[in-house]
Design a protein around this ligand. Structure first.
Ligand code: NAP
Ligand code: GDD
Length: 334
């Protein structure tokens, strides 16, 4: 049985990847941070669904603690490591640049060092990001497009990208970068723009809130579905040779279009409810991301399944369920 180790297993992608790998018959180990409250909501269903010996195991760790990462890699001796752990919020990275770089840049280096010193050949996936293109020099962006990061987060991801490439070339390790464009789902963190919109729109529909405050409506993103994207991560580690791949839908839509799509689906006029709050503007913005995933399509045989419209509806339907339950509780005074 193959063993996979996932950093960031409590996050959106980590939870979908754990679902995916367990279905493939892997034993999955996840690194979780100690917290004063439970934060395993996205993977709790995996414990409930497992009848026999649980193949999901959690260990405490943190990307800021290198000795702990080495001890975990040496003890578990995984076949594959997926480094998904990160301070992943671009706006927050301006408020917490040092922590972001410690986790998202040095954290990757610490884990690569653990891989390099392991006596077992471990395959390694690095969660690189379309944010690395930042002020993009061409549209669409491919594996050859130069990076021009626009945030502490983007800079940290560029650092990790190149460390990963360098460890491949210097030490002949099987390490890959997936350059993933934005991907969303009902498990998306609540402060990322798509989820913020679907949560607010459904709560407005249920009479639980009256307004939605947003920042830049003109920014354009290439939005796909997280469930589709974790398959691409796995495929990268199943190839004969390690390489770097763009993973994207090839379509770009503005924040305004996403808002309009969701509110129209709920039969509401978004302009009556959405207000602009400059607090959500960023010191430097990434205006347009649109990926060309031809290489992933050709080499990995990967393509996205869920369309922009379907994504907006999947997320809206899921949040409507949550809003309706909240409304019932409120009506019963709970
Ligand atoms: P997410 O939902 O924010 O999850 C981030 C995960 O990282 C959480 O499990 C979090 O743990 C963990 N984490 C944060 N700081 C850590 C630290 N110091 N040590 C160990 N773990 C830490 O992010 P996501 O959307 O799943 O994204 C997964 C990865 O892909 C991230 O590296 C992100 O930067 C990258 N990425 C995401 C997208 C996207 O559109 N989603 C696109 C490109 C790249 P807690 O639960 O304890 O906070
Ligand atoms: N979060 C947020 N909140 N974004 C807003 C808001 C708001 O109220 N209003 C407008 N936006 C705009 C942002 O300025 C940005 O241009 C766009 O919506 C998307 O913002 P996010 O959903 O926060 O995602 P992101 O593109 O900055 O970063 C995500 O995708 C990256 C891949 O390109 C994150 O998942 C990163 O971790 C990931 O690497």
């Amino acid at each position: 049985m193959k063993k996979a180790l996932i950093t960031g297993i409590t996050g959106q992608d980590g939870s979908y990847l754990a679902d995916f790998l367990l279905n493939k018959g892997y034993q999955v180990w996840g690194i979780i941070r100690r917290s004063s409250s439970f934060h395993t909501g996205r993977i709790d269903h995996l414990y409930r669904d497992l009848h026999e010996e649980p193949q999901l195991r959690l260990v405490y760790g943190d990307l800021t603690d290198g000795s702990n990462l080495s001890a975990i890699v040496n003890e578990i001796r995984p076949d594959e490591i997926y480094n998904l752990g990160a301070q992943s919020h671009v706006r927050v990275s301006f408020d917490m640049p040092i922590f972001t770089v410690d986790t998202d840049a040095l954290g990757t280096l610490r884990l690569l060092e653990a891989v390099r010193s392991s006596d077992k050949a471990v395959k390694f996936y690095q969660a690189s990001s379309s944010e690395m293109y930042g002020k993009a020099t061409e549209v669409p962006q491919t594996e050859m497009t130069p990076f021009y990061p626009r945030s502490p987060y983007g800079c940290a991801k560029v650092y990790s990208f190149w460390q990963t490439v360098n460890y491949r070339e210097a030490y002949n390790l099987f390490v890959c970068n997936g350059i993933l464009f934005n991907h969303e789902s009902p498990r998306r963190g609540e402060t990322f723009v798509t989820r913020k919109i679907t949560m607010a729109a459904t709560r407005i529909k249920c009479g639980l809130q009256s307004k939605l405050y947003l920042g830049n409506l003109d920014a354009k993103r290439d939005w796909g579905y997280a469930g589709d994207y974790v398959e691409a991560m796995w495929l990268m580690l199943q190839q004969d040779k390690p390489d770097d791949y763009v993973v994207a839908t090839g379509e770009s839509h503005s924040v305004r279009e996403f808002v309009a799509e969701v509110f129209a689906y709920l039969d509401m006029d978004w302009q009556k409810y959405v207000e602009i709050d400059p607090r959500y503007f960023r010191p430097s913005e990434v205006d347009l991301l649109q990926g060309d995933a031809s290489k992933a399509r050709k080499v990995l045989g990967w393509k996205p399944k869920v369309t922009f419209k379907e994504l907006a509806r999947i997320m809206t339907d899921a949040d409507m369920g949550i809003a309706e339950r909240e409304k019932i509780l409120k009506d019963h005074g709970r």
